[in-house]
Design a protein around this ligand. Structure first.
Ligand SMILES: [Zn+2]
Length: 305
């Protein structure tokens, strides 16, 4: 479908609601509380968008069980915000969102972070590097650290991000409090198949870790050459990912708080991983992720109950 910003779903609440209902339920609404299909739409203006479940007798709307649930922001603004986040290559600051949606800064900030959660929910799961000839690059970078106060010139602490980038494939980045052999290993073994070929720089944190994979190539950054054990050529895949990430951080998000850094990682991962898709297709994935994330928690709750 046409998803440029003149589309009525970005301006008309009834059309936005119908669009999200269709995307979520495909014509067959189900109760987010109990999963029942025995539901009916309630009548009346005050009950607009409200459904009643005949099985559990609970009410719900298309927001229930999604990142939009505890928000009073109209759904057409949610859709526009998702589209803008999907379409902007370097990300969208809460300040920009405030201006473009005509909401308060606080609301814009909330929207941006909930949409990042939806982007996290849309991320592919399962290990990377599962193909027979898979190559996965691991690298780390640091954001922040510029002098905040010119009087003292004391730099703010830098925050570390470890990225795993599969050649011709996906990227996954993580905020790591301290970069060392143990923390990097826990990220790698949880996300990369042992049959993959690992590529890293010559940092000693990867020396032992490299032996756990099918092969390990090391690039010497200062000499700009690879000392390979697997015959791979220089590719800079992880560096390309980081250059987009860093331009976004410096150009758009002047400072990212440590507490939210993981969500910014999810935002850049999703845009990178869907680089072959159109903005509209990417926005549709984010909308799907808006649901999946909360539903996952619900399922965990149900399993634990
Ligand atoms: Zn129900």
């Amino acid at each position: 479908m046409d998803t440029n910003i003149t589309n009525p779903i970005f301006h008309d609440e009834a059309k936005a609601t119908a669009h999200i209902e269709a995307q979520r339920w495909n014509g067959e609404p189900s109760c987010p509380h109990c999963g029942s299909l025995a539901v009916r739409k309630m009548g009346g203006k005050t009950q607009a968008g409200m459904f009643l479940c005949n099985d559990c007798r609970d009410k719900f709307t298309v927001r229930t069980g999604t990142v939009m649930e505890r928000s009073h922001v109209p759904l057409h603004k949610w859709l526009l915000a998702m589209h803008l986040m999907a379409a902007s290559k370097k990300g969208m600051s809460a300040k920009q969102m405030e201006r473009m949606l005509g909401v308060t800064y606080k609301t814009a900030w909330f929207l941006c972070h909930r949409i990042r959660e939806a982007m996290e929910g849309a991320a592919p799961t399962g290990p990377m590097g599962g193909q027979p000839d898979s190559v996965v690059e691991a690298d780390e970078t640091y954001v922040g650290g510029k002098a905040k106060n010119r009087a003292t010139r004391k730099p703010a602490p830098k925050k570390a991000v470890v990225a795993l980038v599969e050649r011709n494939g996906m990227a996954r980045s993580f905020h790591v409090a301290n970069v060392n052999a143990a923390t990097v290993r826990s990220v790698l073994v949880a996300n990369v198949e042992r049959t993959a070929h690992l590529m890293t720089d010559e940092s000693p944190i990867y020396t032992r870790l490299g032996k756990e994979f099918n092969g390990h190539s090391v690039v010497n950054h200062s000499a700009k050459q690879y000392v390979t054990t697997g015959g791979f050529k220089h590719s800079n895949t992880a560096e390309n990912f980081f250059s987009i990430f860093k331009r976004g951080v410096i150009g758009t998000y002047h400072h990212m708080s440590e507490a939210h850094l993981g969500r910014y990682c999810a935002e850049f991962d999703l845009r990178y991983n869907t680089r072959e898709l159109t903005d509209g297709e990417r926005a549709a994935l984010i909308l799907k992720g808006a649901e999946g994330r909360r539903l996952t928690y619900r399922r965990i709750d149900k399993l634990a109950a």
